[in-house]
Design a protein around this ligand. Structure first.
Ligand SMILES: Cc1cc2nc3c(=O)[nH]c(=O)nc-3n(C[C@H](O)[C@H](O)[C@H](O)COP(=O)(O)O)c2cc1C
Length: 311
């Protein structure tokens, strides 16, 4: 397990966000294989899933370190203490994250995500319970506010969380109202940094290597947290130029690892990966059609033949 200092000393540059449905074991395994050494997270996890023994999402390999687990959900007395104790039984994660940034209805209705940003006392109760059982690395993922009028208010609230000694915040620089689409307000990074005086990962809208360079040059954040960027280009973190052929070999390996982990029956779950990965590539529509009609492993692999002939 990595100490708090090690997490920050060695992995400050680029980290990968928890992505529900995406940061699954076979995908994470491949990222490591392709050379990503930084911190990444499993899919987010609700405490009740752990309580019910649904722990597939935290099937973490020893060699995956450094890896984090993100919790989402509402406050209930004793729940997070119990969750931390159960999580520790697995013992393989390096850092715990609290989701305070997700605007999706299911998450907000559970009392988590941005509900906690609105009701900061509930976030405090949760963090207090987490901290009572866990003095290791802790991060908090959130947004800049509900609307652009809400920025100062958010900063005041986030300051109140500093007593729980989070190691860093990762902040998605879009408002809740903006959801996932408009250009993020990276220009607000400096304000958050100056006010909070804590390590902050900039998150949102970083989809290619040039943007990484641009942000480093103009904003110079403590670090960048990638999200959809890693889905559009799984080589975004490396010197490797990537490109279509590399994406194809990545995909074929991914299919193999996926079947090894979950069996052929669940292959449909891989379609959404290809939708991101091949977006904007030549013949992506034809490829998508083939992938969406594939019924078994061989047919998924055969979908890539479209590129054998045409390149
Ligand atoms: C498919 C998908 C799944 C996501 N899952 C999570 C999640 O489990 N936990 C979380 O905190 N944020 C989640 N997010 C939000 C991202 O981590 C990130 O904050 C957001 O997408 C903005 O960054 P981007 O523009 O670089 O994608 C998800 C986003 C997407 C698109």
């Amino acid at each position: 397990m990595f100490s708090r200092d090690q997490i920050l000393e060695n992995y400050t540059d680029l980290i990968i966000a928890p992505l529900s449905g995406f940061t699954i074991k076979p995908f994470r395994q491949l990222l490591r294989e392709y050379g990503f050494k930084g911190l990444y997270y499993t899919e987010m996890l609700n405490p009740y899933e752990i309580k019910k023994g649904k722990v597939e999402k935290i099937d973490i390999l020893d060699k995956e370190s450094p890896v984090g687990v993100q919790l989402f959900g509402g406050y209930k007395k004793g729940l997070y203490k119990e969750t931390m104790n159960r999580l520790k039984e697995y013992g393989r994660f390096d850092i715990i994250d609290l989701n305070m940034g997700c605007p999706i209805r299911k998450v907000v209705h559970s009392g988590g995500g941005v509900h906690l940003l609105k009701n900061i006392d509930e976030a405090k109760y949760i963090l207090k319970e987490i901290r009572s059982e866990w003095d290791g690395p802790l991060s908090i993922k959130t947004r800049i506010g509900f609307t652009m009028d809400d920025i100062d208010n958010t900063i005041v609230k986030l300051k109140e969380l500093l007593v729980f000694e989070p190691d860093f915040f990762s902040i998605h620089f879009r408002t809740v109202e903006e959801k996932f689409t408009p250009p993020p307000h990276w220009d607000l990074y400096k304000k958050f940094k100056e006010e909070l005086k804590i390590f902050i990962y900039l998150n949102g809208g970083v989809y290619d290597k040039n943007t990484i360079k641009y942000i480093k040059r103009t904003i110079s954040p403590d670090g960048i947290m990638l999200s959809r960027g890693i889905l559009y280009d799984p080589f975004i973190f490396s010197e490797d130029k990537g490109g279509l052929m590399k994406k194809i070999s990545f995909s074929k390996k991914f299919l193999r690892y996926f079947v090894n982990s979950y069996g052929e029956k669940r292959l449909k779950e891989t379609r959404k990966f290809f939708a991101y990965l091949f977006k904007g590539e030549i013949y992506s529509r034809e490829f998508k059609k083939k992938v969406y009609s594939a019924q078994n492993y061989d047919e998924y692999i055969a979908a890539f033949e479209i590129y054998d002939y045409e390149l």
